[in-house]
Ligand binder design. Structure first.
Ligand code: SF4
Length: 312
């Protein structure tokens, strides 16, 4: 057995920043901290912080008045910010700057009188946050077919935005359909699908032809991780999305030569390493790291946390 380790894989700059944010907040305030939704969509990361005493909530109402509330990497709507103010919460915003960029674009287009088509997955935390910026001016579509159901006239003033963690190929199919139906549609000059999503997908797409099985480390609710698994499936390779080594099954590897391993943007590298260790010990596997692109992106901690650090 030979393992092809896709690179880039695993933590992106937004996830690194959000996790560091929570770690620093624990250092400053102790672990009596609340986090709005999962800090990042990863079971092991959430379990680690829960073990330290952090409480994850789905509603601001669950947070005692006057407490500290950290917003996750996926961002929140203005409604949530307002509810936090009303409850007199001290908030720390760990929203990824690339998600904030999409919020800003939504606000700008809505102000300029555009109706916005947001391409994304219904119910995802990021989509809920973005739609909350201009609920009257945003419609969500997931598939090219849904474009045909949009109620807008052919000459409507419309713009499109995308969730940051979509499949590049699937988003293109929706965008093509939008452009065909609304040739005048506008969009931001730079893609909303983020660099980390694009790079992880490109790495898997490059290596999948050489692979017999694809293993993606990541949680089931991680959008970008699911997209990596789907690239494997689209290439008609068995592809599995797992949280960790405990989910690997030996029968996946019967008669297998090359195993492609990658990790979604919220999956810790330790989960990858444990899988490699297992396959080396169990199947005498060799491995190589295959880098298709270098990443040098870093996001600083949010201002409110930096000033608290300076005071402490
Ligand atoms: S996947 Fe992209 S948008 Fe999401 S946290 Fe990472 S860098 Fe930010």
């Amino acid at each position: 057995m030979h393992i092809l380790l896709a690179n880039p894989r695993g933590f992106c700059a937004g996830v690194n920043m959000a996790i560091e944010c929570l770690e620093q907040a624990i250092q400053i305030f102790g672990s009596e901290i609340y986090v709005y939704h999962e800090i990042v969509h990863n079971k092991h990361v959430v379990e680690r912080f829960t073990g330290q005493g952090v409480t994850f909530v789905d509603s601001v109402d669950e947070v005692p008045s006057g407490s500290i509330l950290l917003y996750s990497a996926h961002g929140v709507s203005p409604e949530v910010r307002e509810a936090s103010k009303t409850r007199n919460l001290q908030t720390i915003d760990a929203t990824c700057p690339l998600v904030t960029k999409v919020h800003m674009e939504a606000i700008r287009y809505a102000r300029e009188g555009y109706h916005i088509i947001l391409i994304g997955h219904e119910g995802h935390d990021e989509v809920i946050g973005t739609m909350g910026e201009a609920p009257e001016s945003i419609s969500l579509v997931e598939t090219p077919e849904e474009v045909e159901d949009l109620p807008f006239d052919a000459d409507a003033k419309i713009a499109y935005l995308t969730q940051t963690t979509l499949s590049v190929a699937e988003a293109s199919a929706v965008i093509d359909r939008l452009k065909r139906r609304y040739p005048q549609i506008v969009s931001p000059p730079k893609e909303d699908i983020c660099y980390a999503t694009t790079n992880r997908q490109d790495a898997v797409a490059t290596l999948v032809p050489r692979s017999d099985v694809v293993i993606v480390l990541g949680s089931q609710n991680s959008s970008n991780s699911r997209r990596l698994m789907e690239i494997g499936q689209a290439a008609e390779k068995p592809a599995y999305l797992i949280d960790g080594v405990e989910e690997l099954r030996d029968d996946w590897f019967e008669g297998v030569g090359n195993v492609l391993i990658t990790a979604g943007a919220s999956a810790p590298e330790v989960d990858v390493q444990q899988c490699i260790d297992y396959l080396v010990a169990r199947f005498d596997a060799t491995f190589e790291d295959v880098t298709i692109r270098e990443e040098h992106v870093y996001f600083p901690l949010p201002r409110e946390l930096r000033s608290l650090q300076a005071e402490s």
